[in-house]
Design a protein around this ligand. Structure first.
Ligand code: GTP
Ligand code: MG
Length: 555
């Protein structure tokens, strides 16, 4: 339901919505009752986690015969699901129907023997399939299909979008290409589960769950894997004291602060990952950050991993973003498009710095959707008002309460198209009073800026904090200039309609594809410089550059 079903339910709702709007001029509030069927993020996570615990990751030879492979493994029990992928070699993820099969498989696995090196004797569910027989022989038919774990390069995406018939189709196509696949999502949970096995050597009851874009619905293939090590149940914080009589409690070591506990936990687990974790390389302990973390690369999956602990607010933000993405399909489409556009123009970056982050950008899209008339999504304050007593959540003094039952959320009737929304998004931020106003999805209204930072986006749960504190004036200016340019481009008939005949259409970027191409204003240093240049000159040079790019592509 999370990956496939959720998409199809959303698509289905969108189609019904459009149909009803066209035929009887009404919206589909009643049909949205279907949201009752949507799983909460916790439901999705529990299911994926359980699947991951029945799974193994196997490095195999690229000429491994699929039939032989399955025959060999199914001697241990039924296989629910398997797939192959490539990441510095061929790998397979195999999910057994029962845990007993896994135990039987691991029982049979041998310790590798080498004459020159020694092995750290930590056994995990990361295995290698060896074959002394026929499968390693050249000319053997491989037969297996590899599932892609990274997305296509931007140039290919531009070509693909150029072939679409409408901007609406371009936006949905971009989401289809970029979003995490079912297989990639499984692999993310499996890596968390493998890591949990390492942490469980110290804390047998701990869990490691993905958060951030791996699970919030806005993840792009290839995005980092944010992990949350949860040892809360062990620390006894949630234990209930009896009212009277005898009871026992654990004696535990005391530390000066929660932060100090988090740091020492991550330090020890980080060392284990570094020294015992198969496939984990480049381990860095970044313990003095606001949110302490251990960063490393998990080679067999190709994921860049960030392991954090005691990061409950981030988990709540993830849950909130997931909820917004589930409410209306336009939310995810717009976030994917804006994130991709921002990356193409270097507004966001994988290197930390004064750039706008994907998280800030997502909050900006949500805020814009709350400002539509009527609003497409409700404010966080409204979601808090709909909450049950059991939804109550206070983390380090911050009220993180919001409704978990999706069916309680009534949406208003807004039928704006994705094309219109994209254009309006750029227009909205082209003229937003960033110098005076703060963006708040809690209130759904701009607020007076409480501090002087160029861009102020209120942290939804720690409301006195600014999530875009790192952004400097230059980066904000670039963002505004690019919004102005994109808004202008989308209003030109030259760019907002497909060009020429079929043959030409295949190579001539138009619509969204044009917006992803190198910009004329991307290099500007500040607003003042741009203002000195007459608008007509900018537009002329922009059209020239588009023509040149097209000619270059055709030649
Ligand atoms: P990617 O760029 O695709 O990794 O997006 P992401 O949403 O995973 O962002 P990132 O890896 O930077 O952060 C992971 C999660 O941490 C986010 O989804 C948020 O839930 C949370 N987070 C990130 N940055 C901030 C911030 O500045 N403030 C708060 N409160 N939470 C943040
Ligand atoms: Mg992330």
């Amino acid at each position: 339901l999370h990956m496939k079903g959720r998409g199809s339910l959303s698509k289905c709702l969108q189609k019904v919505d459009t149909f009803l709007h066209r035929t009887i001029g009404t919206n589909v509030v009643a049909v949205k009752e279907e949201r009752e069927g949507c799983k909460s993020l916790y439901g999705v996570q529990a299911e994926r986690q359980e699947q991951a615990e029945r799974s193994v990751l196997i490095s195999c030879h690229s000429r491994t015969n699929e039939k032989n492979f399955l025959k060999y493994l199914s001697r241990h029990g039924d296989i629910n699901k398997y797939f192959f992928y490539e990441s510095y070699g061929m790998y397979a993820v195999v999910e057994f129907a029962n845990r007993e099969s896994l135990a039987s498989l691991l029982e049979e696995a041998a310790i590798p023997s080498t004459s020159h090196e020694s092995m750290v004797p930590f056994k995990s569910r990361l295995l290698t399939l060896r074959n002394l027989g026929s499968a390693d022989v050249p000319n053997q038919q491989s037969g297996q299909q590899c599932q892609p774990q990274t997305t296509i390069p931007i140039n290919e995406l531009i070509q693909r979008l150029a072939r679409e018939e409408t901007i609406e189709q371009q936006i949905t196509s971009l989401t289809d290409v970029y979003q995490l696949t079912e297989e990639n999502s499984r692999l993310r949970f499996l890596v968390c589960s493998l890591l949990k096995d390492i942490a469980a050597a110290y804390f047998p009851e701990c869990t490691i769950n993905p958060f951030g874009s791996s699970v919030n619905g806005f993840g792009k293939l290839g995005c980092d894997l944010d992990m949350f090590l949860d040892v809360d149940d062990i620390s006894g914080r949630n234990a209930k004291m009896p009212k009277s009589g005898l009871w026992l409690e654990y004696q535990m070591k005391r530390a000066s602060s929660e932060r100090a506990v988090t740091q020492s936990l991550l330090s020890v687990i980080g060392d284990c990952v570094d020294q015992f974790g198969p496939g984990c390389v480049g381990v860095q302990k970044i313990l003095n950050a606001r949110c302490p973390l251990v960063r490393f690369a998990h080679q067999p999956s190709g994921f860049q991993c960030d392991l954090t602990a005691n990061n409950r607010v981030a988990m709540k933000s993830t849950e909130l973003l997931y909820l917004y993405g589930e409410l209306d399909p336009r939310v995810r489409h717009l976030v994917f498009t804006v994130r991709c556009w921002a990356r193409a123009h270097g507004i966001t970056s994988s290197i930390p710095g004064a750039w706008i982050t994907n998280f800030s950008l997502t909050v900006m899209v949500l805020f814009f959707l709350q400002r539509r008339s009527p609003p497409i999504i409700p404010t966080l304050d409204h979601l808090r008002d709909l909450a049950d007593p059991r939804d109550k959540s206070v983390i380090e003094g911050n009220d993180c309460t919001f409704v978990s039952d999706f069916s309680k959320i009534q949406l208003l009737s807004n039928t704006e198209t994705l094309e219109k929304l994209l254009c309006e998004f750029f227009e909205f931020y082209s003229t937003f009073a960033f110098n005076r106003m703060s963006i708040s999805i809690r209130k759904g209204k701009e607020q007076n800026k409480p501090e002087v930072a160029p861009l102020h986006i209120q942290n939804p749960f720690e409301t006195s904090l600014n999530v875009s504190k790192n952004v400097n004036a230059t980066q904000l200016d670039r963002f505004v200039a690019l919004c102005q340019e994109s808004s202008w481009l989308l209003q030109q008939s030259d760019t907002n309609t497909p060009r020429g005949g079929n043959a030409e259409k295949a190579t001539t970027p138009w619509g969204l594809a044009t917006l992803l191409m190198p910009s004329q204003v991307a290099g500007i240093k500040g607003r003042k410089k741009r203002r000195r240049e007459p608008a007509s000159e900018r537009i002329k040079s922009l059209l020239e550059s588009l023509k040149n790019t097209n000619q270059h592509k055709k030649s």
